[in-house]
Ligand binder design. Structure first.
Ligand code: ADP
Ligand code: MG
Length: 780
């Protein structure tokens, strides 16, 4: 088998590929074979190529304007044969470089390991079972299932595709997604045109597909190109650049003053050598040697603290930007709420049922109040629950001590639990209604559909938002299972009554299919369906989110809820969470209203609106832009493929670590490992702390340097003896700036940090009062 792994696969037929890899499309590899191949082919990871070597990083420590002066000073003192001075000045340069080097490598390593700690996972078919495995465990021959939002985990030869589109910019630089196919292609086709292959590290932007792994680790296409970003660039942020510019300015001032000192002294008839030493003393005194090191360390500590509070920084500038955030736009489901859904109400055949039981424990009964009903004896209810179970990909797993766990979407898990409470058993049902095809749920269509075989012929089940389902239905199932014309408005009102309690509402429908085709398309379910009913599920707010929202309000940071859910549900939950700052009744703007507003009108109303519901992912981009146009610094959360543009546009793009797609994570500045809103609030707090400590270090170090410089200057102008020698100044600076000053990077946060309004985004590093203070203290 090994000899095949080097060759191209695109020109072979699917069966031939599978035969050569000794795998089966509908079964995958067995555990034993996987273990065996893992031994032979190794882990599916890229060998990390070193960016800048340690030597280059060390050399870079000398490549700073402030250090140039010290190097020149060393050189001249050497020429003057002032051995001790030359030695000490150079020692300072060296010690500084070593500290900078050690700290910087530490910071780089920490950031790298953080980004590596976010492991990818892949959905595979092994021994006939669908499973989630870490992407590193993939071996050649594995059957991989792809869906929109996934990062392709290895090089794949595609076996089935359904409108599969892949963004291959990681590989080809071309950002327009490529439409995939499965048919063999002529052998000479170049890599970018091999449409029946999916390459490792590219991103699935649309559709679904399966493929067989033909290359892992370094033998993937990306592995062969593998060029890593130079490590040192990781640490450049707007703030470090601002400081770099500031040090250049400082350099000119210091050089100017040193030149004046020298000129004035020599004019007075002092010796050249003495005056040169005075100039050197002035320069070394005025240079804040510790500044670059303090910057890096403070930022690195900030990143580490945020990681401890479940916010992983992917792009370093985010650390500072977080501190000036003025608006956080957050998802509802799973971020502000617990994403622990339980169906509590079902309306089917015009009758309302309540469901008992909490969480995923499938124990509970149906009834209005205490009057228990047998769901199996209620045809409409029965169909509604069955639809929820069949049109579903979530799996309910019994844990050891009676606890229930779910794999998949919690919304779907709730439907499995509800069906089980009614007595439906998944395996039996799956046997009676084998699934033939699926249209997966996508936020933009707001529904999911599955095609099944049954005793009475092919049948399609749909579930989705009330609006999207009602629009497709013509009739409704009545309480005894017969059909009746649909009164869409009445159904809508019923759904809204449930939504008003803060429940998430899903609607269900069925279509008896005439054709026998085994493929399901959006056009097949466009009209003529039978409405089955709705299920309402509770998704309680996260208690810590309530706290965090209050903290944000106190800190002058607004919080807005952006959700795909129903406006009434969203407004009810937002009220419970306290988004309205005291107001109970919140108004929500819907995606439709939003699309009717002009840019100007949106700008005018965006600030006052706390809740945006039924928002399409594309509209998030407009919201970010509108908020930014009104002067806000925006943090925006996202998880889906279509959220990527908004995440990129936001000042801080926040991706969900658990439920987020790889596409969203790639586009983000920060990833939440717990998907929790309170982690964003925590990161904002840490971001403010970092900025605070940087300013503290600068206001501490500059007066010292200014003071020392002024002492020398005054002495020379007064024509008196130098009160302090360059060597002594350097000693003072070393022990204070580098050893004492750095402690400021570790300073705990000030109390009341989260009670101040956010910093103005364009506020200069040193404000007027601070400059006055520095000058005053320096002169003193
Ligand atoms: P959010 O995550 O902000 O709550 P979504 O875009 O996930 O919003 O969902 C929007 C609507 O789509 C929901 O209100 C629900 O009606 C419907 N929906 C959500 N998940 C599914 C699913 N797995 N299958 C079918 N419909 C769904
Ligand atoms: Mg969702």
């Amino acid at each position: 088998m090994r000899k095949y792994l080097q060759q191209p696969w695109h020109h072979l037929a699917e069966e031939e590929v599978l035969t050569r890899l000794e795998s089966q499309a509908d079964h995958g590899l067995d555990a034993e074979e996987v273990a065996h191949r893992r031994e032979r082919f190794g882990a599916n990871t890229l060998t990390v190529q070193k960016g800048k070597g340690p030597l280059a990083l060390f050399a870079q420590q000398f490549n700073q304007p402030l250090v140039y002066i010290l190097l020149v000073a060393t050189l001249v003192t050497l020429l003057l044969q002032e051995w001790i001075d030359a030695g000490v000045i150079f020692a300072v340069v060296l010690v500084n470089a070593i500290i900078g080097f050690v700290q910087e490598s530490k910071a780089i390593r920490a950031i790298e390991s953080l980004s590596r700690s976010m492991t990818n996972s892949a959905t595979v078919l092994r021994a006939g079972q669908r499973r989630q495995v870490p992407a590193v465990d993939l071996v050649p021959g594995d059957i991989v299932l792809l869906q929109s939002g996934d990062k392709v985990p290895a090089d794949l030869r595609l076996l089935t595709v359904k409108e599969l589109q892949v963004d291959e910019s990681a590989l080809t630089g071309e950002s327009v997604p490529v439409q995939k196919a499965k048919a063999p292609m002529p052998e000479p086709t170049v890599l970018a045109d091999r449409h029946n292959m999916a390459y490792s590290s590219t991103l699935v932007t649309y559709g679904i597909g399966t493929g067989v792994v033909v290359g892992t680790g370094d033998s993937t296409a990306i592995g062969r190109f593998n060029a890593l970003i130079a490590a040192a660039d990781i640490l450049a942020t707007p703030l470090t650049q601002k400081i770099a510019r500031f040090s250049k300015l400082l350099l000119y001032i210091i050089l100017g003053l040193a030149a004046v000192t020298f000129a004035v002294g020599v004019q007075r008839g002092e010796s050249w050598i003495d005056m040169f030493m005075a100039a050197v003393a002035l320069a070394v005194g005025a240079i804040p040697e510790g500044l670059p090191a303090a910057m890096t360390i403070t930022l690195a500590i900030g990143v580490a603290k945020m990681a401890r509070r479940n916010a992983i920084i992917r792009k370093l500038p985010a650390v500072e930007t977080l501190g000036s955030t003025t608006v956080i736009c957050s998802d509802k489901t799973g971020t502000l709420t617990q994403n622990q859904m339980t169906v509590q109400e079902v309306v089917a055949g015009g009758r309302q049922y309540t469901v008992t039981g909490v969480g995923y424990d499938p124990e509970g009964t149906f009834g209005p109040g205490d009057d228990q009903v047998d769901p199996m004896g209620q045809p409409a209810l029965r169909e509604c629950l069955l639809a929820g179970l069949l049109c579903n990909d979530a799996v309910l797993i019994a844990g050891e001590n009676g606890e229930w766990r779910v794999e998949g979407d919690p919304t779907e898990a709730a439907l499995v639990v509800a069906a089980r409470k009614a007595g439906f058993d998944r395996e039996t049902v799956a046997g009676r209604y084998p699934r033939r095809d699926i249209i997966p749920f996508e936020s933009r269509y707001q529904y999911m559909a599955t095609l099944h075989d049954s005793d009475t012929g092919p049948v399609v089940y749909l579930k989705g938002s009330v609006e999207s389902i009602l629009a497709r239905c013509r009739q409704v199932m009545t309480i005894d299972g017969s059909m009746e014309d649909l009164d869409a408005e009445a159904c809508q009102r019923t759904a809204e009554a449930i939504a008003a309690k803060g429940l998430r509402v899903l609607a269900f429908a069925r279509l008896e299919r005439q054709s026998t085709g085994t493929e399901l398309t959006h056009a097949d379910v466009a009209e003529g369906l039978t409405f089955l009913g709705v299920q309402g599920m509770i998704d309680p707010p996260r208690p810590e989110a309530v706290e965090a929202v209050r903290a944000c309000h106190e800190a002058g940071v607004r919080v807005k809820m952006i959700t795909g859910d129903h406006a009434v549900t969203a407004a009810a939950i937002a009220g419970q969470i306290g988004l309205g700052e005291g107001e109970e009744q919140l108004s929500a703007m819907t995606g439709r209203q939003l699309s009717e507003l002009s840019d100007d009108a949106l700008r005018a109303s965006v600030e006052q609106t706390p809740v945006f519901a039924r928002v399409a992912p594309e509209q998030k981009l407009r919201l970010v832009e509108a908020l930014q146009a009104t002067g806000h610094v925006v943090a925006m959360t996202g998880d889906g493929v279509n959220d990527a543009p908004a995440l990129r546009q936001a000042n801080i793009g926040v991706a969900m670590g658990i439920t987020g797609t790889e596409v969203a994570k790639e586009a983000s500045d920060m990833v939440l490992t717990d998907d929790n809103f309170s982690s964003i609030a925590a990161a904002v707090e840490e971001g403010r702390g970092v900025y605070d400590n940087l300013v503290k270090f600068i206001t501490w170090t500059l007066p010292t340097n200014l003071g020392e410089g002024l002492v020398i200057l005054t002495a020379v102008f007064a024509g008196s003896q130098l009160p302090i020698l360059p060597v002594q100044i350097l000693w003072v600076n070393m022990t204070t700036a580098v050893l004492l000053g750095l402690m400021l990077a570790f300073e705990p946060k000030e109390p009341g940090l989260m009670e101040r309004p956010p910093r103005e985004p364009d506020e200069p590093l040193l404000t007027g009062p601070l400059i006055t203070r520095i000058c005053l203290v320096g002169c003193l």
